[in-house]
Design a protein around this ligand. Structure first.
Ligand code: A2P
Length: 285
């Protein structure tokens, strides 16, 4: 069965498509049992077709259970759903990558996953960062060509990644923005005392004019500039609100105003690791 969001896809450089909008499934530090299954089932019923998960989130079994349940009741077919997982950065030798992927496949109990990313690739040179499924069984290849399909970074109007976006567009790489709402669940990875994106008065003005929430404005901003967004919400109302971004358009003027809000504010800073020689966030991106 199709979905309201089906046409909104971006082409990956291997010929596959990635839905430009999806659901983040990173729960709190300690996921509540059953919460993810319920949220993902409801999301599929609402029309979500892209789910962003990771071994590290600790709930891939529940994401898989929900997807399988919705395939079993014929709401979707496997090929309608795009599932991204991630190998944690300490599992990057070929044997460990294979093991991590096998664990993910065992947890989700799907025949394959659609995209496999390196979760915070600290200190990896691009040529070592080439992991992609070779076939539908999800085998991993490590290749030494400079090949990247997607690049996932924090991205929102206060950290708009304009330079990296230009680079990606030029090089056929899809930019995926995490924390598109400016990271509201203040976990241990987030530095406090930063201005709250969703309270921005300019964004509020634009939202009021369009009868849209600030969250919808910032999500629309991203899809309109070709950035894939995967906001996490397990709340039905907010899940619904977040997907209602394809029935309006921001004008060039509004896009320019939003671009002008950039403050290079990174919310997810992993501060406890900043003395590590491979700390990733001394970089600009
Ligand atoms: P909730 O699940 O209670 O909706 P991330 O930056 O990792 O994508 O996390 C998004 C955070 O923002 C979650 O804590 C989520 O909480 C919250 N959230 C998601 N959508 C909205 C929204 N439309 N308005 C306000 N908060 C939201």
């Amino acid at each position: 069965m199709g979905s309201a969001l089906d046409p909104h896809r971006v082409l990956l450089n291997d010929g596959n498509y990635l839905p430009i909008f999806g659901l983040g499934t990173s729960s709190t530090d300690k996921p509540v049992k059953g919460e993810t299954v319920e949220a993902v089932k409801i999301a599929i019923e609402m029309g979500y077709r892209h789910f962003d998960g990771a071994l590290m989130y600790g709930n891939e079994d529940e994401v898989g259970e929900a997807i399988r349940a919705k395939i079993a009741d014929r709401t979707v077919k496997r090929e309608d759903v795009f599932y991204t997982s991630k190998v944690w950065m300490t599992y990057l030798s070929p044997t460990l990558v294979q093991k991590a992927l096998e664990k993910t496949l065992k947890d989700v109990q799907l025949d394959y996953i659609d995209l496999y990313l390196v979760h915070w690739p600290m200190g990896l040179k691009p040529s070592e960062n080439e992991l992609f499924p070779s076939d539908a069984s999800g085998k991993i290849l490590m290749d030494d060509v400079d090949f990247r399909e997607t690049w996932k970074v924090e991205c929102h109007p206060y950290f708009n990644q304009n330079k990296l976006l230009k680079y990606c567009q030029h090089n056929n790489i899809v930019l995926v923005g995490y924390s598109p709402l400016g990271k509201l669940n203040y976990s241990k990875f987030v530095s406090p005392e930063k201005p709250i994106l969703l309270n921005d008065p300019e964004l509020k003005k634009i939202g009021d004019k369009l009868h849209k929430s600030v969250a919808q404005v910032v999500l629309r901003y991203q899809v309109q500039r070709g950035v894939v967004v995967i906001p996490k919400s397990f709340n039905q109302g907010r899940m619904k609100q977040n997907m209602a971004i394809f029935d309006f358009e921001l004008t060039n003027e509004e896009m320019k105003t939003i671009n002008g809000l950039n403050k290079s504010i990174r919310y997810v800073t992993l501060e406890q690791l900043q003395d590590h020689p491979k700390y990733p966030f001394h970089d600009e991106y």
